[in-house]
Design a protein around this ligand. Structure first.
Ligand code: 0A1
Ligand code: ZN
Length: 876
């Protein structure tokens, strides 16, 4: 077999044939489902009459093919592994096909598959071609009428997109339901679900007074876990009306929870399909974090109804058009319903750890890639999160009013169309009158820009000179980079007053905070009338997705930590301060020198605890040290053991020095109130739990007792899971083992809780973890066929830095074993799982060798195009 070949953006051609209407009939059967399609097809006016009709289709057995009612002879068409070609077709005709496929054997979870006996579909990006022969591309949009036939007993519920129009009984215990979706859509938004499902129902009245029925469909035992998703959905619907003027456009909106799902959820028109982990939540089984994830994902999928469905992507290179915009929308929604600064801190902290790592590795790509082999490999942090950062910059550049105008224009002008990123940015440029041509480079240039900043206060003239230099490191396929348009929100904090000083630039008074625009390789900004020496507060609220270097002293950082008016930068000052201390400790560990705790960090934490900010969730974030993964990102060569040792040293030193303060914080924030996933309670729990973690890190007897008591009190999953994690990650196996055992027995029936049980055990730092992973892979609740289980056990282990990166290479070998097996079962998940191995260049030579040899071992296998693409890039 020849190697998989890339697709190029520059090769884009509009479709030669359009499908104006699609009728499908599914006769469901686990091993032999029949799909009859009736497509109204039209040749584009500009296209030559001799142009053949090419349809995509994979793993389908063709039983019949007719044009305008007349069966085609075998010589009239060709079927290949990729699809179907008919050389001669009329300008306008009806194509009928009848194909067979096997949902029960579909372990890739793309197309039509079975999950717990239930039928469901996943068509984005190119899954529809596993359902019927079709032009499987987002710029072909059609209305759909779908009939689903199933067994009355096994599949009492038959769902598809749009509105139900007919249902009835059939012979042999079968029945059917017919659905019609009046909105033309690309086939990636098609969905079908059939099974023994139960619903909760509610209603939402839109701003124009239409009553929409809302349904969440789940397996019976999960009916108690739907309240939060329903509440989130209603809040999201109201928010999209108020913030973007977007109203829902059908009379029915359905969400279905399935156990086997590759991603979080999918925005199929009127019938969103969710990974059960992204929709189900109950105080006894889900943590605060999970509640917030559910709210964010429910909103994200709902928002796609406009940013994705009504206006979709012309081709998959434009994926960030819908994803970047929709992530930005869901981030703003969550910021409004929760603590806005904490939401930003959490998003940025994740972004700087995971997206920066992607940008620095062999799979780095632009937000709009120009080629790919396997599109499912491009559902990445760059497309989603960096795409959202670009939209955020756009919004800040043009201002909310123009942004909203541009967004209205975008939805109105392109309603029902499949468009490009330029179309979106053009609307923003028109609404604002700004020239965004240089800004567009953010979409085409990969890599994280780095900015070196030099600041100097000129006492004599009362001026502050700020010189910024930008560079973007080379990434695969892109060596030379052009300067970007980088908006930098900033202030100058007076060292005497502790206040933001008024900024005057080029004679213009800008207020106490301003955005300066870096467009050239190097620029100097001269602020005048600066009455006192300032410390600059730069990149406020993370105004651009860049790494900013400024030679802050520890005193500067301690000053910003208490005086910066920007909450995000106060937090960031604390992180930078901790990073300086960590750098010293990492060096000490490497050099075998005794580690000494930086007293400035202790004093900064002491003063945080003494003069706590009003928002307890912000305080909890400020008391949290940079993660090992984030610290690793800052090192030229990652030394996993030194990083772990240094971070543990700081944690324990802080815990010893501030033991009483942490104890007081814990006590002051305990509560017996009934659990609610509301911001005040979440903030209080997170602060209390951060304090508890410090206490347990030094095996403080009273702290351990409180931890055990918190576990035993069984008040809510946030507290139970946190206590369990602390015990399991401590060296006190005498306390951890009984807790793990009782937790595992209590929740054996609940897969989403068992996922937590798996993860907690394999993320502990102790060296026996590798054996634990192997042992747990044989646990009856584990299955390689379920993506959530794989992520909970194998994915979590690969994030366990000290153990995954063991010097004997066992961690790498284990991951490679799993990838090789999953490559056959579920290529999409296999390709995602390899990520940590692809980062081999960041480590020492011994580990580099070990990681490379596992990648080479994978490469010798017969590979899916998904895994092939990732491994090729990693070894290039
Ligand atoms: N569009 C969905 C994500 C998604 C993408 C691919 C999938 O299967 C290959 C599934 C879901 C979203 O952004 O939520
Ligand atoms: Zn999305």
């Amino acid at each position: 077999m020849s190697d998989p070949q890339p697709v190029y953006l520059s090769d884009y051609q509009p479709p030669a044939y359009r499908v104006t209407h699609t009728e499908l009939t599914f006769d469901l059967d686990p091993a032999a489902t029949r799909v009859k399609a009736r497509l109204q097809i039209e040749r584009q006016a500009s296209v030559d009459a001799t142009t053949p009709l090419q349809l995509d289709g994979e793993q389908l057995t063709l039983h019949a093919l007719l044009i305008d009612g007349a069966p085609l002879a075998n010589s009239d068409y060709q079927v290949t592994e990729q699809g179907l070609r008919i050389d001669q077709v009329p300008a306008s005709f009806t194509l009928e096909s009848d194909v067979e496929l096997s949902p029960q054997d579909n372990t890739a979870l793309e197309g039509l598959y079975q999950s717990n006996g239930m039928y469901c579909t996943q068509c984005e990006a190119e899954g529809f071609r596993r359902i019927t022969f079709y032009p499987d591309r987002p710029d072909v949009m059609s209305t759909f009428k779908v009939t689903v036939i199933g067994d009355r007993q096994r599949e009492p519920i038959l769902l598809a997109n749009g509105n139900p129009v007919e249902q009835g009984e059939l012979p042999n215990g079968r029945h059917f339901a017919t659905w019609e979706d009046p909105h033309p859509k690309p086939c990636y938004l098609f969905a079908l679900v059939a099974g023994d499902l139960h619903k909760v129902e509610d209603h939402f009245t839109t701003q124009s007074g239409r009553k929409v029925t809302l349904q969440i469909w789940v397996e019976e035992e999960n009916l108690q876990k739907t309240d939060h998703a329903m509440g989130s959905l209603k809040r999201a619907m109201a928010w999209d009306e108020q913030a973007y003027g977007r109203e829902y456009d059908l009379d029915l909106f359905m969400i279905v929870a399935v156990n086997d799902f590759n991603m979080g959820a999918m925005e199929n028109k009127g019938l969103n399909i969710f990974n059960s982990a992204a929709v189900l939540a109950h105080p006894d089984t889900a943590t605060d974090n999970a509640f917030q994830t559910v709210e964010g994902i429910v909103a994200h999928e709902y928002f796609h109804n406009w940013s994705g469905n009504r206006v979709t992507c012309r081709d998959w290179f434009q994926l960030s058009l819908k994803e970047g915009f929709t992530v930005f929308r869901d981030q703003c929604f969550s910021a409004e319903t929760n603590s806005a600064p904490v939401k930003r801190i959490q998003d940025v902290s994740f972004f700087r750890t995971a997206q920066f790592a992607e940008d620095a590795g062999p799979t780095a790509h632009p937000v709009r890639p120009d080629h790919y082999i396997e599109i499912t490999n491009f559902y990445t942090l760059t497309i989603y999160e960096k795409g959202a950062e670009i939209v955020r910059m756009l919004c800040n550049l043009v201002g909310w009013e123009a942004f909203r105008q541009g967004s209205d224009q975008y939805f109105q002008r392109f309603d029902g169309q499949a468009v490009t990123i330029e179309d979106f940015v053009d609307c923003m440029a028109e609404a604002s009158g700004l020239d965004l041509s240089q800004f567009m480079r953010w979409y085409s240039q990969a890599g994280t820009p780095e900015i070196d900043v030099h600041g100097e206060y000129d006492y004599a003239h009362g001026e502050y000179h700020l010189t910024l230099r930008q560079r973007t490191p080379a990434t695969p396929d892109q060596v030379d980079k052009e300067p970007l348009h980088i908006p930098i929100a900033m202030g100058l904090v007076g060292t005497k007053s502790g206040q933001d000083l008024t900024l005057t630039l080029d004679g213009e008074k800008l207020g106490r905070q301003a955005v300066i625009h870096l467009r050239d390789d190097e620029q100097t900004f001269v602020f005048t009338d600066v009455a006192e020496a300032p410390v600059p507060s730069l990149l406020r609220n993370f105004s651009a997705p860049v790494k900013l270097h400024f030679p802050y002293s520890r005193e500067d950082l301690a000053f910003l930590l208490t005086h910066d008016s920007d909450g995000f930068n106060r937090w960031d000052a604390g992180q930078r301060l901790a990073m300086l201390a960590l750098d010293d400790l990492i060096a000490a560990h490497r050099n075998g020198v005794e580690k000494v705790m930086d007293s400035r960090v202790v004093e900064a934490f002491r003063s945080l605890l003494a003069n706590a900010p009003a928002d307890k969730a912000v305080l909890a974030e400020m008391l949290t040290l940079p993660s090992e993964a984030y610290i690793a990102e800052q090192q030229p060569i990652v030394d996993v053991d030194a990083i772990h040792a240094a971070r543990e040293f700081i944690r324990q030193s802080l815990a010893m020095a501030l033991r009483d303060e942490f104890m007081a914080t814990f006590e002051a924030n305990r509560s017996d109130d009934a659990y609610a996933p509301i911001p005040e309670q979440i903030a209080q729990r997170s602060l209390k739990n951060v304090a508890l973690a410090y206490l347990v890190s030094i095996e403080d007897e009273q702290g351990l007792a409180l931890c055990e008591a918190q576990f035993a009190a069984d008040h809510n999953m946030t507290d139970v899971r946190h206590a369990l994690t602390l015990l399991v990650h401590s060296d006190r196996d005498d306390l951890a083992s009984p807790a793990l055992k009782s937790f595992g027995e209590k929740w054996a029936h609940d897969p989403l809780v068992m996922d937590q049980w798996f993860s907690v055990q394999v993320s502990r730092p102790q060296a026996d973890v590798i054996d634990r992973v192997k042992y747990l892979m044989a646990h009856p609740a584990f299955s390689l066929k379920n993506p959530n289980r794989v992520r909970a056990l194998i994915g979590a282990f690969a994030q366990n830095r000290v153990n995954f990166h063991r010097l004997d290479g066992q961690g790498y070998a284990l991951l490679a074993d799993v990838v090789i097996e999953l490559n056959r079962l579920n290529p999409e998940i296999a390709a995602r799982l390899i990520t940590p191995l692809t980062r081999w260049q960041r480590f020492d030579e011994t580990r580099q060798e070990l990681m490379r040899s596992q990648l080479e071992r994978i490469q010798r296998e017969p590979l899916s195009s998904n895994v092939y693409e990732v491994v090729e890039k990693a070894l290039a």
